[in-house]
Write a protein that binds this ligand. Structure first.
Ligand code: ATP
Ligand code: MG
Length: 357
């Protein structure tokens, strides 16, 4: 039994408040979170310290904190069984990040493939700065040097997020696995030198490890704008699906088409429970006996059926935002207590408890 009276193993996982949640979050992560709520003591984190690439639009971040929590409630995460946590309201996260960064080499970050890909994308997209010397004019800078230091070091903060509640399991999408590997190494290294403080956490990847974007991009991602959001209405879903990237080699409905690697069929596989319909569409697509329009219409219908109950629950919380804030306040307060316990152990393990008798 732990100090907080819960003897289940713990989960820590989270989301950045950079926008509404989408189908990729659902199939890659949320589905596992919902399923594991009873079996584990779950901490779900809104990682608002980790939005350095959105720092010029903090109003949007503020909105997204509530939006993400509303999406969580809408998909069935339950704040009576789990803890909804806002990262920056627990400043111990910043402290543990500083202390752990003593033990993580630069090379470890430089070799992290997810970080590398995200930094490349950020550089391409450009960071916007206010150039004070030119009368406060906003400008976009596209170079490595413009990527915030905090972006380069965010995986260390993620290590701190996971180790803070001494989590055993981290259910995430595939892109997060390098960060979990770094967490395991850091826990091992820390424990070896300073005594057993942290469990070594395992990663758990969802049913669809990495859902492609509507544009055919390898990952559906809030920051890229290639998403179908859990809160999109039926018409929006229809419009996004009709514009989806499909088999580029196919010019006419009578051309034999490719099913493998085709995002429209990947979504059918992930979200259309009518496998007979999906198999029939695939067969006809391969033989050039069905057009993209029909395949897409059926996908939009399946997605809307899947999203309907989520939308219904969401509308309750949209009408009652005080319930959302209350869930966040309660979860954050609980997690702060847990964090303070961990930090007391960390400080004494490191010998920073100078004034203790
Ligand atoms: P951003 O573009 O702002 O980084 P994101 O869409 O990548 O946003 P995150 O908040 O970084 O979302 O990720 C939250 C969780 O959802 C992580 O566990 C991540 O692995 C998972 N996830 C996000 N996008 C996908 C996806 N397309 N497929 C599978 N899992 C995903
Ligand atoms: Mg991300």
């Amino acid at each position: 039994m732990t100090a907080n009276g819960d003897d289940r193993q713990r989960i820590l996982t989270g989301v950045r408040p950079t926008g509404a949640l989408h189908l990729g979050h659902y199939a890659g992560a949320l589905e596992n979170w919902i399923r594991l709520q009873d079996e584990y003591d779950c901490h779900f984190l809104i990682a608002d310290y980790q939005v350095s690439d959105h720092a010029d639009d903090i109003d949007r971040v503020r909105e997204a904190v509530i939006e993400v929590a509303t999406d969580w409630l809408a998909v069935g995460l339950d704040p009576d069984r789990s803890h909804f946590v806002i990262e920056s309201l627990i400043p111990e996260h910043a402290e543990l990040t500083t202390l752990l960064s003593w033990f993580i080499g630069m090379g470890r970050l430089e070799r992290n493939p997810t970080l590398k890909a995200e930094m490349d994308e950020l550089e391409e997209r450009g960071m916007s700065f206010e150039d004070t010397e030119r009368e406060g004019k906003r400008q976009v800078v596209r170079e490595r040097g413009a990527v915030p230091v905090a972006f380069f070091t965010y995986p260390i903060m993620q290590v701190a997020n996971i180790l803070m509640p001494r989590a055993h399991l981290v259910p995430v999408g595939e892109d997060q696995l390098p960060h979990i590997e770094m967490t395991r190494e850091t826990a091992r290294r820390f424990n070896r030198r300073f005594g057993e403080v942290f469990p070594e956490p395992r990663g758990l990847v969802g049913r669809v490890p990495r859902l492609v974007g509507t544009d055919g991009n390898a990952k559906m991602s809030k920051s890229v704008g290639n998403t179908i959001d859990l809160k999109d209405d039926a018409e929006t879903v229809e419009r996004k699906v009709m514009r989806m990237y499909t088999d580029p080699t196919r010019l006419r409905a009578t051309d034999p088409g490719h099913v493998e690697g085709n995002p429209v069929f990947m979504y059918h596989d992930a979200f259309n429970p009518d496998t007979a319909e999906v198999d029939d569409l695939k067969e006809r697509y391969r033989e050039g006996r069905v057009g993209d329009v029909e395949v897409k219409r059926k996908l939009a219908a399946a997605l809307n059926t899947f999203l309907d109950p989520i939308r219904e629950r969401r509308s309750h919380y949209e009408a009652n935002p005080a319930e959302v804030r209350e869930a966040l306040a309660r979860g954050t307060e609980h997690a702060r207590g847990v964090a303070q316990d961990t930090m007391a152990d960390v400080r004494s393990a490191l010998g920073l408890n100078y004034l203790d008798g």
